[in-house]
Design a protein. Structure first.
Lengths: 389, 282
């Protein structure tokens, strides 16, 4: 058990590429921290630096009280689960799990007991004699986990361990890994590009972009109070809809308003009370975001007083429990900066809303959409930071 | 469905027939050599133009093989060939695989240049360097020695490249996992990479053994006396003692290819696997 501290960690590759910029993270003992971000954001590099597989160009890395910048991976008392599992193909499951114990010269009886215990926990007892090639994807994943837990390390490091599994198995293993981590109480750093994994598994989630830490907080706080445009768009699926608009301040019993292209959305006074910082933006352009789940088919809306917007429906995706409705508005969309997201910039924006499946809406109809304007997020157009105080 | 599977069968029959014929074509000289080694000398020549070439009678194998062993000094040459090929194969596997591994995995200054040089060297035929090499050997007074027959052939760019391709094809996470599990570089190589690279080792072993066992030009240039003559030179000298005893020569030749066949049979599976994998990856 240990804390992991990253203090102004930098990574600069030999070719001059600066992959990580002044990364500060304090990971508490027994905490499950998820590093998430789009491809190329430096999350795997950060994990590999904790593991000792990448040199640290600057800053200080501590595991427990020990500075580990120059410590060999094998002496860091960590275990790692790789994306492709990295099981030794020529060894049986038993030998794969026990390899580290063998190298550590653990007494045979003790090693055997621990291997069998790990196999029992992971339901691999029947597979101990098999080779990795004879196992299913899920079983291989478990062996990789077994190899990590058998060592009883100070920390688990996991690099997208579920990305090679099919969707159904991924959901199952997600719960199992999170459960196992809580049961064992081992500090865990988990890298993923899948924000659903990040939200469901982590005690806290650190969002990275281009090697810069954007925000580190609990999943709910990331969702409710994103620090900037990028985090707002990255967390949540489908993404938050982002637009440029002009705010007119309310107050003194009066509602404010916000432009959405040629339409306006009325903003209740409560919003301005909660976000005093908005006062400085009266009559000025800013960036704002509406989550798909904060919109509903106006004919079904529980609060008929909610402001409505209109747009022509281009696509309806039925997911059973909900439908995703894509409709066009003449507002200016905003690129969140996520390299994996596709935003067509121009004078029209496609809005995605999450409707109840009872909505009768069909493509090419004009939708009347109720917006829960109390939950709109506001950002400064130049700094792209959230506007609160 | 039925018709198409029957059509497929007919196609396969033709294919197998053609392959069988081709196989026989390659097998004939070997069969004539082995069968000829059992017959008397005059019969070998008189049977040449008829199917009796495949009839091992009159059976005089014992005399032929004895002549090859005694007059031909087979065992002296065998000893030289075994030492030379043995050192070339074993030494080559160690040196070339470590070289290939270093080029594939370690990051050091000049690594790419070194790799290009290795690749470029693959295409230089031995004949091109034979004379300078001979001058070198004579300079250090290594002519007419056994070590001059194996030392220049241990490091081979072709096998370095073969190992390089193989190790490049292995996911580097395997080594990283071993590192985290507590293995040092040598332990990682021995416990993780070597067992996985067995097919590559088998391919390199067979290819270098074949090359070394059949070496002719270099021993002709460097081996002067009987005690350093490998088998191909031994065979030539044996033939050079008139009158030419064809049956005895066949016996000598049969004994010469036997070790090759044994080695191939032992490593056959890994060899085929190795050719397949090292061909796919890289």
């Amino acid at each position: 058990m240990a804390t992991i501290t990253l203090d102004k960690i930098n990574k600069v590759y030999a070719n001059g590429y600066h992959a990580i910029h002044d990364l500060d993270l304090d990971i508490a003992d027994t905490e499950f921290l998820v590093l998430v971000g789009p491809s190329g954001c430096g999350k795997s590099t950060a994990l590999r630096m904790i593991a000792g597989l990448e040199e640290i160009s600057g800053g200080e890395m501590r595991i427990g009280d020990r500075v580990v910048n120059e410590v060999e991976p094998k002496d860091r008392d960590i275990a790692m689960v790789f994306q492709n599992y990295a099981l030794y193909p020529h060894m049986s499951v038993y030998d794969n799990i026990g390899f580290a114990l063998k190298l550590a010269k653990t007494p045979k009886a003790e090693a055997d007991r621990r291997i069998r215990e790990a196999a029992r926990v992971l339901e691999l007892e029947e597979q101990l004699k098999r080779k990795p090639a004879q196992l299913s994807g899920g079983q291989r994943q478990r062996v990789a986990m077994g190899r990590a837990i058998v060592r009883q390390p100070a920390a688990f490091l996991m690099d997208e361990p579920l990305s090679n599994l099919d969707a159904k198995l991924r959901v199952q293993m997600r719960a199992e890994i999170a459960g196992l981590q809580r049961e064992l109480g081992v500090t865990t750093v988990y890298v993923t590009h899948d924000q659903v994994e990040a939200m469901t598994m982590g005690d806290r989630v650190a969002v990275l972009k281009d090697g810069h830490l954007q925000q580190v907080d609990t999943p709910q706080n990331l969702y409710d109070r994103p620090d900037n445009v990028f985090v707002a768009a990255f967390i949540g699926s489908p993404s938050m809809n982002l637009f440029e608009g002009v705010l007119t301040l309310g107050g003194g019993g009066q509602e404010g308003s916000l432009t959405l292209g040629s339409q306006t959305i009325s903003i209740p006074e409560k919003v301005f009370e909660e976000r005093p910082g908005l006062a400085a933006y009266d009559g000025k352009p800013l960036i704002y975001g509406i989550r798909p789940e904060d919109m509903e088919d106006a004919s079904l809306a529980s609060q008929p007083a909610e402001p409505h917007i209109h747009g022509e429906v281009s696509l309806v995706e039925s997911l059973g429990a909900e439908i995703l409705v894509h409709f066009g508005v003449d507002a200016v969309p905003v690129d969140s900066g996520d390299p994996d997201a596709v935003v067509e910039l121009g004078d029209t924006a496609v809005v995605v809303a999450r409707f109840s499946p009872r909505s009768p809406i069909r493509p090419r109809q004009t939708a009347a959409v109720a917006v829960n304007s109390e939950r709109i997020s506001f950002f400064d157009p130049s700094t792209r930071l959230a506007i609160w105080d | 469905m039925m018709a198409s599977s029957r059509g497929l069968n007919r196609k396969m029959l033709v294919a197998y027939g053609a392959m069988g014929l081709l196989g026989l074509f390659f097998l004939f000289p070997i069969a004539i050599m082995v069968i000829g080694s059992f017959k008397s000398d005059t019969v070998v020549i008189s049977d040449q133009t008829s199917l009796s070439a495949f009839d091992p009678r009159p059976f005089e194998a014992v005399d032929n093989y004895r002549a090859a062993a005694d007059t031909g000094n087979y065992f002296k040459s065998l000893r030289v060939s075994v030492v030379v090929s043995g050192v070339v194969v074993v030494g080559g596997l160690i040196v070339n695989s470590l070289c290939g591994y270093a080029l594939a995995r370690l990051r050091f200054r000049g690594q790419r240049v070194l790799l290009s040089i290795v690749v470029a060297l693959v295409i230089i035929p031995f004949e091109a360097i034979a004379v300078p090499l001979l001058l070198m050997m004579s300079e250090i007074e290594w002519t007419n020695t056994i070590r001059a027959q194996f030392l220049p052939f241990i490091a081979q760019p072709l096998y370095i490249f073969l190992f390089y391709s193989f190790f490049r094809g292995l996911p580097s996470e395997l080594e990283e996992a071993a590192m985290i599990d507590g293995a040092g570089p040598y332990r990682t190589f021995w416990s993780v990479l070597f067992p996985l690279a067995k097919p590559a080792y088998a391919s390199a072993a067979i290819l270098s053994f074949l090359y070394s066992w059949g070496q002719f030009l270099w021993p002709v240039m460097i081996a002067r006396t009987e005690d350093v003559r490998p088998l191909p030179i031994g065979l030539t000298f044996f033939r050079g003692q008139p009158p030419i005893q064809w049956a005895d020569l066949m016996a000598f030749a049969t004994m010469m290819v036997l070790p090759v066949i044994i080695v191939f049979v032992i490593f056959q599976r890994q060899f085929v696997q190795g050719v397949a994998t090292s061909g796919l990856k890289g």
